[in-house]
Design a protein around this ligand. Structure first.
Ligand code: DI6
Ligand code: FE
Length: 397
């Protein structure tokens, strides 16, 4: 297939979106064979089946690099209660909070988890998303963590989308281990990681390093196992306070540290040294009405790559729009539209250790989004509007 009459935002790291005004993309099989200015198109590709894009914009297919899209139930009633003035403790006592999602996830079958997740995944795909990272972390026992990861992987056989799965056994302490987090790590989280890895279900290991979850030392224990298994790590860090999680993750060469509202310039320096991506999650900031801003300027100064993702989860970020996340990253955090788009393409790929995607470049997977817009800044600018025309996934329109 040959895409012509296209504007390209290649996002290849060159200035200004890597924009090419009159571009062409030649696709052979699953891969981009050639991309560049139309006038330079090699003769050999001119015979390919031509798709005239009538001046539309082509970007890399979007990548949502941090989601909890597989989960049981929802927390709309808790949302209502909090708006009626209930405190977090009152919500928890009434059976709400993360524990209620754990209960709903445990009682759902793998098929039910899949069907429910697909409703949100379809919304993501409709906005040009071609790759989604999905975490476990609402099973919190071995059987249910595995069930979540299997449901997540099944998404890639049900829809044209790439899925990367992260084992998040260290997300919360389940009720049966209340006040015994170390025992949970030793008896469930680490054996669960071994079992999930043995089944080939783990692309990365994640954790939630926070006062209400696990300490850096407890997470380090899980990361040691990940290292022994040869699996890369990432971490929910400095979301509600600064416990040193981002630095600890950097010490393990983490793919990313995520959230980071309470991170500081020292954390940025450590992440830069390790090459860890900062995954910015404005949906959680917005939903929790957080006021501490992630240190965007420090990430820029230190050259830390920033990704942007939905954090789609039933509690702190019930959001399945990556375009809205990009808008929020700009409006709430003063990222530029170019940073936001890089954050949902090239840098998101890096946060997942995905080399073959996230840019428009010869040799990479032909995962592309085609938009009815004049300029890539419009993708971050509009609110609640989806200008996707069509998507190309693995070379198929
Ligand atoms: N950070 C969050 O904001 C969510 N998990 C996490 O690690 C909260 C998840 C939930 O409330 O269900
Ligand atoms: Fe998260």
């Amino acid at each position: 297939m040959l895409l012509t009459n296209a504007k390209l935002a290649t996002m290849d790291g060159s200035a200004a979106y890597g924009l090419i005004g009159d571009g062409a993309v030649a696709i052979e099989g699953e891969r981009i064979a050639w991309a560049g200015p139309a006038r330079d198109l090699p003769y050999a590709y001119r015979a390919l089946e031509n798709v005239d894009l009538e001046g539309r914009l082509v970007t890399p297919g979007l990548i949502d690099c941090h989601t909890h899209v597989v989960h049981g139930g929802n927390r709309a009633r808790e949302f209502e209660m909090r708006l009626e003035g209930a405190s977090y403790e009152e919500v928890a006592r009434a059976g709400g909070g993360i524990v209620s999602t754990v209960a709903a996830t445990r009682s759902a079958t793998e098929e039910e988890l899949l069907a429910d997740a697909l409703t949100r995944v379809d919304a993501m795909i409709a906005e040009g998303v071609c790759s989604i990272e999905i975490k476990s972390g609402y099973g919190l026992d071995i059987e249910n963590e595995l069930k979540m990861l299997r449901a997540a992987r099944a998404i890639a056989s049900s829809r044209p989308v790439q899925v990367r799965t992260s084992y998040l056994g260290a997300h919360a302490v389940p009720p049966e281990y209340k006040d015994r987090p170390d025992a949970y790590i030793d008896e469930v989280c680490i054996p669960g990681l071994e079992a999930a890895h043995a089944e080939g279900l783990v692309d990365a290991v994640d954790g939630f390093c926070e006062g209400i979850a696990f300490s850096p030392a407890q997470i380090a224990h899980v990361f040691d196992k990940a290292r022994a298994l040869g699996v890369p790590v990432k971490l929910h860090a400095e979301q509600l306070s600064n416990l040193g999680g981002a630095r600890m993750a950097a010490d393990y060469g983490a793919l990313s540290a995520d959230h980071l509202e309470y991170a500081d310039a020292g954390d940025a320096a450590a992440m830069a040294k390790a090459g860890s991506v900062a995954v910015i999650l404005p949906g959680a900031f917005y939903t929790l009405r957080e006021t501490a801003l992630p240190p965007i300027e420090a990430f820029r100064d230190h050259g830390v790559a920033m990704a942007v993702a939905t954090d789609c989860n039933p509690g702190s970020s019930p959001m399945s729009s990556l375009l809205l996340s990009m808008n929020m990253a700009c409006t709430l955090f003063r990222m530029t539209p170019e940073e936001a788009l890089a954050g949902a393409t090239r840098h998101a790929a890096r946060a997942l250790g995905l080399d073959g995607t996230g840019m428009i470049k010869a040799g990479l997977r032909a995962d592309l989004a085609i938009w009815d817009v004049e300029h890539p800044s419009e993708l971050s600018y509009r609110i609640g509007f989806n200008p996707l025309w069509k998507r190309i996934f693995g070379g198929a329109l």
